[in-house]
Design a protein around this ligand. Sequence first.
Ligand SMILES: NC(=O)c1ccc[n+]([C@@H]2O[C@H](COP(=O)([O-])OP(=O)(O)OC[C@H]3O[C@@H](n4cnc5c(N)ncnc54)[C@H](O)[C@@H]3O)[C@@H](O)[C@H]2O)c1
Ligand SMILES: O=P(O)(O)OC[C@@H](O)[C@@H](O)[C@H](O)[C@H](O)CO
Length: 384
Amino acid sequence: MKAIHFGAGNIGRGFIGLLLSQAGYELTFVDVSDVLVGAIQAKGSYTVELADGSGRMIEVHNVNAIDGKNSALVAEAIAGADLVTTAVGVHILKHIAGTIAQGIEKRLTASVTAPLHVIACENAIGGSTQLKELVYGHLPAELHAVADRSIAFPDAAVDRIVPLQHHEDPLHVTVEPFYEWVVDRSATLPGFQEIEGVHYVEGLEPFIERKLFTVNTGHCVAAYHGYLRGCSTIQEAMAQEAIRAEVRAALQETGAVLIHKYDFDSAQHDQYIEKILGRFTNPYLSDEVERVGRSPIRKLSPSDRLVRPAMLAAEYGLKTEHLVQGMAAALHFDYADDPEAVEIQSSLKESGLSSTITRYTGLAADHPLHQALEAAYNQVKQQA
Ligand SMILES: NC(=O)c1ccc[n+]([C@@H]2O[C@H](COP(=O)([O-])OP(=O)(O)OC[C@H]3O[C@@H](n4cnc5c(N)ncnc54)[C@H](O)[C@@H]3O)[C@@H](O)[C@H]2O)c1
Ligand SMILES: O=P(O)(O)OC[C@@H](O)[C@@H](O)[C@H](O)[C@H](O)CO
């Protein structure tokens, strides 16, 4: 079984690549980083270190890499693969869609009928579905129906905290011990060989929303409040009582939404929250607030981890105060090396607070959340 994985970055090497290799796949990474591609080609292996104090290392052997800039070579590899996965960032999917379409076209022209599954392992609702739309945009219309018969794009939720890496070896990667990869089985094709270590479900929505609105909501609330208070890492932020309380309160708000929407067991969901808070305080990890807060435009967008649960809470008549505080802190994230943070800061200066809120969150000026956010934005800075 052959797998092509786009993105030899932190989660690509530290989770998806590791799991696929352990599941017996012949694995080829595709990346645009010459350093990563060159190192994988030269070594053919790398080491994953578990951040649990044990010093345990896992060797990943027999891996290869292709330069993502060589789309002909990548398309050739996709034509002969059983599985394509991605962990590049949801905003990058549009840049790899053309190459994936090229590979699919090659495959269909050569009358390969074996199923190909394409799974986007990004932090987004419907990531693989979004990728499918982008790929089909590049495929000739007459091939769409044929492609539907042998190519599937099951949505997925992936969870493992993998911080920025600062090792001499560019391939070495330190990861938290916890991991969870959930895939929508109902979108797979007959003949799909399930990947060992993956949890399959019929219908992904509760799983992706539970993950995104708990792990990622809590994470970014810690990051944005931490950044405002001068903390460098999530661990440092979570050590501050006020920030920990803010994160917990935001997760109680998203928890109420999830319990209402999916009828989750409330005690079990509380345990899920506690487990996640424990993961954020893992003393063997050092996770920079700038990584966790990265891309604030994406994180403030209407379908992402702050605005979407707040909109649902408002619709259900539930509390939103701490989610709004998180959004306000996100608007104050003025990290100069993050192009999305820079864009928000320019918008605040040039267009003012109200227009900026509407532009990035989709909340109209007369929406109660918009008004609450304006007030919170002005207060958050004073509290920091
Ligand atoms: N790090 C985590 O804790 C974590 C956990 C779960 C999900 N994710 C998600 O996984 C994705 C990747 O995150 P990450 O932290 O590994 O980021 P990362 O920056 O470490 O890795 C992304 C990799 O994609 C590569 N890339 C960029 N453009 C490319 C292209 N056109 N073709 C091929 N490769 C390309 C980059 O060179 C980089 O190596 C994001 O969507 C993120 O939300 C991350
Ligand atoms: O990757 P992002 O930018 O969507 O979110 C940053 C972190 O919250 C994220 O990478 C987590 O570490 C990860 O989602 C844990 O599973």
